[in-house]
Write a protein that binds this ligand. Structure first.
Ligand code: NAD
Ligand code: DAU
Length: 331
C-alpha cells in the first residue's frame, strides 16, 4: 500500500509515520509537506530513508495531481493548526485548510483514490462546563475561531465530494493531542519547555477551559482503524475520555517537574476562547473495535515531559521566537 501523507513533518503526521513504520512496515510512504514554521525535518529523522519527502504545498495542483495519481491512499494531516495564529492572521488558514483540501479532493476524484481527512472536534464549537452532552458525529457544526471555521469548511468540502462525486473518503474529528514532536507554541509543550528554560508557565484567563486530551499514538491507531475497516463516506469522533481544565494541567506539569503548584502566571485570555470540548467516541469503539492505550493522562504526560527533557536539541532553537511572539500578545 502506497500512502501519500500530507503534513507529515508536523506533530501528528510525523507520529503517524513513526507509528506506521512500527506497525505496518509493508507500507510505502510519500510525505508532502510545505515545511512551514510548523514542519520540522528533525521530526522525520528516525524514519531515515524509509520515506520519501516532497517539499511542496497542497494548493499546488500540478504537484498534487502527480503525487495523488502515484499513491493508493491520501492521509491528509496538512493544515495551519494553531488558533492563536489564526486570530493574528487568518489568510494562511483559508489558503491551506480550505483551498489546499479542495486541491487534494479534486486530484483524489480525478484518479479515484481513497481519501482520509484528519479533522478536529473544534468544528462543533464548544460546550458549557456542566453540559451532560458531548460532541458526537451528529452534532451540528458551529465553529468559533478562524482556524476552526476553515477546518469546518474543509470537512464540508469532503462531505460534498462524497455525496456529489461518490469520492471514497472518510473524516475523523479528534480532540486535543499531546505527545512527542508537538510544536512548542501549543499549550502542553509550551509549559514544559518554559519550566525547562526557567520560565513560569502561562495560563490564559482563569484556566477553567476544558480540553479532552488524547495521546497522539491513540489518535493515530484510531486513524489506522478507519483506514482498515471504515465504510466509504463514514465519519468518526476520536477521543479518550481525557477531560481536564487548563489550570489542573499546569498544576500537574509543575508537580511532575518538581515545582510549586502555583508557580505560573495568568496572562491575557484568547479572544472567543472555546470553553469546553468533550468527545463521545462510542461509534468508533463499537463499530471498529478501537480503544485507546494511554488510559492515564498522568502517565502519558510524564512520558511527554521526559521526551522534551531528552530532546532539547529539537525544541531549543524555536523557543526564543515563540516566546517573543506570545509576549507581543501579552500572553
Ligand atoms: P502541525 O501544525 O504540527 O503540522 C502541520 C504540518 O502541515 C506542518 O508540517 C506544516 O509544514 C504542514 N503544512 C502546513 N501548510 C501546508 C501546506 N499548504 N502544504 C503542505 N503542508 C503544509 O499540526 P498538527 O497538530 O500535527 O495537526 C495535524 C492535523 O490534525 C491538522 O489537520 C489538525 O487540524 C488536525 N488535528 C490536530 C489536533 C491537535 O491537537 N494537534 C487535534 C485534532 C485534529
Ligand atoms: O481540539 C483539537 C484542537 O486542539 C486542534 O484542532 C488544534 O490544532 C490544536 O492546536 C488544539 O487547539 P487548542 O486551541 O485547544 O490548543 P492549544 O494548545 O492552543 O490550547 C489548549 C488550551 O490551553 C486552550 O484552552 C488555550 C490554553 N492555553 C494555551 C496556551 C498556548 C493556555 O492557557 N496557555 C498557553 O500558553
Amino acid at each position: 500500500m502506497h500512502l501519500l501523507i500530507t503534513g507529515g513533518a508536523g506533530f501528528i503526521g510525523s507520529n503517524f509515520i513513526h507509528y506506521t513504520l512500527r506497525h505496518r512496515p509493508e507500507c510505502r510512504i510519500t510525505v508532502l509537506d510545505a515545511m512551514t514554521y510548523a514542519g520540522n525535518k528533525a521530526s522525520l529523522a528516525p524514519a531515515g530513508d524509509r520515506i520519501e519527502l516532497v517539499v511542496g504545498r497542497i494548493e499546488d495542483a500540478n504537484l498534487v495531481d502527480r503525487l495523488v495519481q502515484a499513491c493508493d491512499i491520501v492521509v491528509h494531516f496538512a493544515a495551519e493548526s494553531h488558533n492563536d495564529n489564526s486570530i493574528a492572521n487568518p489568510l494562511p488558514f483559508v489558503t491551506t485548510n480550505v483551498v489546499g483540501t479542495f486541491t487534494l479532493l479534486e486530484a483524489a476524484r480525478r484518479h479515484g483514490r481513497r481519501f482520509h481527512h484528519v479533522s478536529t472536534d473544534e468544528v462543533f464549537g464548544d460546550l458549557e462546563l456542566d453540559d451532560p452532552e458531548k460532541f458526537r458525529e451528529t452534532t451540528p457544526y458551529n465553529p468559533s475561531s478562524p482556524y476552526s471555521a476553515t477546518k469546518a469548511g474543509s470537512d464540508l468540502l469532503v462531505k460534498a465530494w462524497v455525496r456529489t462525486f461518490g469520492l471514497n473518503a472518510t473524516i475523523s474529528n479528534c480532540s486535543n493531542n499531546y505527545g512527542p514532536y508537538q510544536h512548542i507554541e501549543k499549550f502542553i509543550p509550551r509549559q514544559i519547555t518554559n519550566v525547562l528554560s526557567g520560565l513560569r508557565p502561562k495560563l490564559y484567563g482563569a484556566g477553567a477551559n476544558v480540553r479532552d486530551w488524547i495521546h497522539v499514538d491513540d489518535h493515530n491507531s484510531a486513524v489506522w482503524a478507519i483506514l482498515d475497516r471504515a465504510r466509504p463516506g463514514s465519519y468518526y469522533m476520536i477521543g479518550a475520555d481525557g477531560e481536564q481544565n487548563n489550570k489542573a494541567v499546569i498544576e500537574l506539569i509543575l508537580e511532575l517537574m518538581g515545582k510549586p503548584r502555583d508557580w505560573y502566571d495568568h496572562v491575557n485570555d484568547r479572544p472567543g476562547h472555546d470553553l469546553r470540548y468533550a468527545i463521545d467516541s462510542a461509534k468508533i469503539r463499537s463499530e471498529l473495535g478501537w480503544t485507546p492505550r494511554y488510559t492515564t493522562f498522568h502517565d502519558g504526560l510524564a512520558a511527554t515531559i521526559a521526551w522534551y527533557r531528552d530532546h532539547a536539541d529539537w525544541w531549543q532553537p524555536l523557543k526564543k521566537a515563540v516566546e517573543a511572539r506570545y509576549a507581543k500578545q501579552g500572553q
